[in-house]
Design a protein around this ligand. Structure first.
Ligand SMILES: Cc1ncc(COP(=O)(O)O)c(C=O)c1O
Ligand SMILES: [Zn+2]
Length: 384
């Protein structure tokens, strides 16, 4: 591909102020809103599908990502995950198997993208902090280790022990915090302020969602540039949903695909603030009181990107639904037995949603569906 870069800077989704890509930024300095990277479709439209890099990782799509052509990529071979048939359902369902990523979840895509962007000479970040329910902590620990960054992770005390252990083994300093991820987030923010560390928490940094957006690029390529009718996705902070919607939109603008999909956004019944807000036609997400679920990755009482997530769901005319912990647990057993898929609860929630989606005729059996298996059960064995 030509080496002209589509990455042109950052823009606030609230006040629309633009910033140069050489500035070290987290949220918008003017209004505190969330920042998005500017990826210019006009530059990408000069490229051809035949020019896609042969790299066996998500970086084959580096032209769509917030990096410059000469930037050094921080990679552990993330992405390029299999898309395979989910044969135990009668519908037309594929599973994008993100458990095959280096630390077992799709979070590796966001971390590889963010750490690559943050360690370029212009920004030169050496020290970062983040809050996480556990999986992002492992991913940022791995890529920080590769890139020689200091990494501090704040996790809710309830986090799965293997996530804590793995983050520590990978060199991160892990602190367990009483309460939810919101409490962990406040601690991360205080450390970022106090120690001058870069805060890489969900949507506090603008560099994670494009990495997860590569799932959209890969699934279209794997389907010979057909776009599925639905993408079934477990929504926590909404990073993957926002990132994929952005990439589907870019693909449509540059003419590589003919349409965009609808999402089926899934949350656990014990913490479903996005489902509630979307189905009651709100334009922001209210905080969910007393979140309680075995799907720790989806235990986000008030996603920072609430408005952005709802906008993506509305633009895509999506469906949002919740499933119970009992159904999630049953689906974990079913995915393992029928498909050999060892999933963590957050990830199995999408499997639990399928009977509703078909039973309530929200999705027709002829429609093509891609379900994202976001995370491996290897880090949540005590929950089986
Ligand atoms: C396994 C798993 N699935 C889904 C999610 C939700 O991801 P997102 O922030 O993209 O909504 C998480 C987040 O922690 C997760 O760990
Ligand atoms: Zn702003």
């Amino acid at each position: 591909m030509s080496r002209e870069t589509a990455f042109q800077g950052l823009q606030c989704i609230g006040c629309h102020s633009s910033y140069s890509k050489g500035e070290i930024l987290q949220k918008c300095p003017k209004c505190g809103g969330l920042l998005d990277t500017i990826i210019n479709p006009e530059i990408l439209s000069g490229k051809s599908k035949d020019d896609i890099d042969r790299t066996r990782s998500m970086w084959k799509f580096r032209d769509f990502l917030p990096v410059d052509p000469t930037d050094k990529i921080v990679s552990a071979g993330e992405g390029d995950t299999p898309l395979r048939r989910l044969s135990s359902f009668q519908g037309n369902v594929w599973v994008k198997d993100e458990t095959k990523n280096p630390t077992g979840t799709f979070k590796d895509r966001g971390a590889s993208c963010a750490i690559t962007a943050l360690t370029q000479t212009q920004l030169g970040i050496k020290d970062l902090v983040l809050s996480s329910e556990g999986n992002a902590g492992c991913s940022f620990a791995l890529y920080s280790h590769i890139a020689d960054l200091r990494c501090q992770v704040f996790l809710p005390r309830q986090a799965n022990p293997a996530k804590v252990e793995l983050s520590r083994k990978l060199g991160a300093k892990v602190t367990l915090v009483d309460g939810t991820i919101a409490d962990a987030g406040r601690r991360a923010e205080a450390v970022a302020k106090g120690e001058g560390s870069y805060n890489a928490s969900t949507f506090v940094t603008p560099y994670r969602h494009d990495g997860k957006g590569t799932m959209a690029l890969e699934m279209c390529e794997q389907l010979d540039w057909r776009v599925p009718d639905y993408v079934v996705y477990p929504v926590g902070g909404g990073v993957g949903l926002v990132g994929m919607w952005k990439m589907f939109s870019i693909l449509e603008k540059i003419g590589w695909v003919k349409k965009r999909p609808r999402f089926a956004a899934v949350q656990p019944a014990g913490c479903a603030p996005v489902v509630k807000a979307y189905n009651s036609k709100k334009d922001d997400v209210d905080e969910w009181n007393n979140p309680e679920t075995i799907a720790f990755g989806l235990r986000i009482p008030k996603p920072l990107a609430g408005k952005w997530i709802l906008r993506c769901l509305r633009e895509s005319d999506s469906i949002a639904l919740s499933v119970t912990d009992k159904e999630i647990r049953k689906s974990m057993g079913q995915a393992l037995k029928d498909e050999g898929l060892l999933l963590e609860p957050s990830s199995a929630s999408t499997i639990a949603a399928l009977p509703y989606l078909y039973g309530e005729k929200m999705i027709d059996k002829s429609e093509e569906v891609v379900l994202i298996a976001t995370g491996s059960g290897l880090k949540t064995l005590e929950q089986f």
